[in-house]
Design a protein around this ligand. Structure first.
Ligand SMILES: Nc1ncnc2c1ncn2[C@@H]1O[C@H](COP(=O)(O)OP(=O)(O)OP(=O)(O)O)[C@@H](O)[C@H]1O
Ligand SMILES: [Mg+2]
Length: 355
């Protein structure tokens, strides 16, 4: 299925999709997702898809569209983090001529473009509070207002949202509106991480092997039983996307060694640090060290989640901006955009911390 509204380049083609048998596999947890999707596809209610990165939220959103009565209508995807905050409102809701400096003509937003189709809002937690209230209005009565317009407009649109964050936590932090959460969460699809559906791995492996052999005109052989066994035990932090990338690499390079080397060991537990149990132990010292290390890891994760936006990270951690800056320096974490590209997993990387 492809572009429905040819005048509009933002209405995207749906693109190639793996067959349903591969997407859902055979595990009970995925069969339950399939059953729920079939039931909800026909009802015009908002859907919230949650799951770790790489679990297939995009694929499932597209399936909801193709299984819905609006499948011949437009499919409009908005990747919220990819659009700078200041532009997001005009991208979503459009503007009238003269609404602001530079608005030389009227521009419809993506909400309008999705009329009688599906609007997919990817990574919904990135919307700021003002945009959240505009979206709430859209969900409540199907109305919205272009920037600079005098009157509201009405659209019929099926809204599907996705996130890999815990919105409940964002609500607690005050960065996500609870009323919007209840609106978008009328029906929820929770996608399991790949490690919780390991029985589906062999089928996914076969599919990606065949797909990439065809795509790259290659003849990579099926994987050994040993490697498939290792896959079943692996924790797959990048989920199906990681598996797909491994298979792609295997088909291109043609050797299992490249895969085995890529199975990253699990991150050590916060509290698994070596504690010397012989001789005298200073409980105070060990505890202080553990707390500092735990704090450092949490701050790093939150900074990464907020794409190193320290104001947002501070809000999310419920500490002041100044306190966060102090803690970043104290923990030897990189504090600016350039430095963040360098590895920051160990306190020894303090050279990256120049502020
Ligand atoms: N169940 C699945 N069956 C087949 N391929 C899948 C499945 N889930 C994900 N993939 C593949 O893994 C990749 C990532 O999937 P997708 O983009 O849907 O994940 P996501 O949950 O939206 O990730 P993110 O949170 O990073 O946006 C895609 O190339 C997709 O084709
Ligand atoms: Mg996605």
């Amino acid at each position: 299925m492809s572009v429905i509204n040819p005048v509009n380049s933002l209405v995207q083609p749906l693109g190639e999709m793996p067959p349903e048998s591969v997407v859902f596999g055979r595990t009970d947890v995925m069969q339950a997702v399939r059953e729920r999707l079939t039931k909800l596809a026909g009802a015009n209610v908002p859907v919230l898809i949650q799951g770790e990165s790489g679990t297939g939220k995009d694929i499932i959103a597209r399936m909801i569209h193709t299984a819905s009565p609006w499948r011949t209508g437009p499919w409009v995807k908005v990747n919220c983090p990819a659009i700078p905050g200041t532009l997001l409102e005009s991208e979503l809701f459009g503007y009238e001529k003269g609404a602001f400096t530079g608005a030389y003509g009227m521009k419809p937003g993506r909400v309008e473009m999705a009329h009688r189709g599906t609007l997919f809002l990817d990574e919904i937690s990135e919307l700021d509070l003002a945009l959240q209230s505009k979206l709430l209005q859209l969900l409540q009565d199907g109305q919205f207002c272009r920037i600079g317009a005098q009157e509201d407009k009405k659209v019929e649109v099926r809204v599907v949202c996705a996130t890999n964050r815990k919105l409940e936590q964002e609500i607690e932090n005050g960065t996500f509106r609870a009323d919007l959460f209840y609106r978008i969460n009328v029906v929820n699809l929770q996608l399991p991480p790949l490690r919780e559906r390991a029985a589906d791995i062999p089928e996914l492996v076969d599919y990606f092997l065949e797909y990439y052999n065809r795509k790259f005109n290659a003849r990579a052989k099926p994987l050994s039983a040993d490697l498939i066994g290792a896959f079943a035990k692996y924790h797959w932090p990048g989920n199906v996307r990681e598996l797909e990338n491994l298979m792609k690499r295997y088909v291109i390079l043609g050797s299992e060694d490249v895969i085995s080397a890529d199975l990253k060991p699990r991150e050590p537990d916060f509290f698994s640090a070596e504690i010397p149990l012989d001789g005298q132990i200073s409980l105070k010292k060990v505890t202080r060290q553990a707390v500092r290390e735990l704090e450092r890891k949490i701050i790093l994760k939150v900074l990464q989640n907020h794409r190193w936006n320290r104001k947002q990270a501070a809000r999310s951690l419920s500490i002041s901006y100044r306190a966060l800056l102090y803690k970043i320096r104290d923990a030897g974490l990189p504090s600016n955009r350039t430095a963040r590209r360098q590895p920051a997993e160990s306190p020894t990387n303090q050279s990256a911390a120049a502020d």
